[in-house]
Design a binder for this molecule. Structure first.
Ligand code: SAM
Length: 231
């Protein structure tokens, strides 16, 4: 899968894209991620990427020309069907969830467009296929949301997470929350690991895990139980 990220702050991506699973997936060639500096598509001497809003008001607005230039270079302004899926990270977008991560992981090529300041000149929406929000709060820019999308989508691509079972048991994958996890030591400050996990009895362990999943989800996220029943 190919992911192109358009941002005014490419330096923000250095850590997240060069550590842990994402770094390994890139090394293995399972995903290709490129970060592009929108400012390099400006044409003036001062490399101006933002300007005051028409009609007045606080803050600055990202100019359309450099963003359009970047989208054009990536082939996002051509005919639909042939072009990559352009996603604008926006607090006004559709909620990004596990199902969206699964769906996006099947795409060949996506472009993640990060806004900043008050956002991007609205006319850019002509070339945006989907707006995604990572939650009902406002961040300074689309960079952290883009990182969240890259991470969640990458985990859904076969081979990125070593054991497929680990992804399938994760919260939300099957619609419910995950069970609690423990590792050595078996006793810490008087707190014992549930006996069944030390029993070696696989059937009983599986039953315990299933019961934990249901109990946790009912307690913490009853909405997920009702949703699963309806599905
Ligand atoms: N004025 C905008 C509004 O109220 O809808 C918010 C602009 S925000 C300060 C700057 C940029 O951060 C946005 O253009 C968007 O790319 C990104 N952003 C902020 N919060 C986000 C969220 N919850 N999900 C996705 N992107 C977000």
């Amino acid at each position: 899968m190919k992911i192109d990220i358009l941002t005014l702050f490419p330096g923000m991506f250095k850590g997240p894209l060069t550590e842990s699973l994402i770094a390994k997936a890139r090394e293995k060639g399972i995903i290709s991620i490129m970060v592009h500096d929108i400012r390099s598509f400006t044409k003036d001497r001062h490399r101006t990427a933002d300007d005051k809003p028409f009609g007045g008001g606080p803050g600055m607005v990202m100019k359309i020309e450099p963003v359009h230039g970047a989208l054009k270079k990536l082939g996002c302004t051509g005919k639909k069907g042939k072009k990559p899926l352009v996603i604008y990270l926006s607090p006004q977008g559709k909620p990004f969830d596990q199902q969206k991560a699964k769906d996006l992981s099947k795409k060949k090529h996506i472009v993640l467009l990060c806004g900043h300041y008050e956002g991007i000149d609205e006319r850019i929406m002509k070339w945006v296929d989907l707006e995604l929000s990572i939650g009902d709060y406002v961040l300074t820019g689309g960079e952290i949301p883009a990182m969240a999308v890259v991470d969640a989508v990458s985990r859904m691509i076969p081979g990125v997470v070593k054991e497929a079972g680990s992804v399938e048991n994760d919260s939300f994958y099957g619609g419910l929350l995950d069970c609690p996890h423990y590792t050595r030591p078996a006793v810490f400050e008087g707190m014992k690991v549930p006996e069944v996990l030390l029993s070696g009895h696989h059937k009983k362990i599986e039953e315990w895990k299933k019961a934990q999943v249901l109990a946790r989800t009912s307690k913490r996220r009853p909405d997920l139980i009702s949703r699963k029943k309806k599905a």
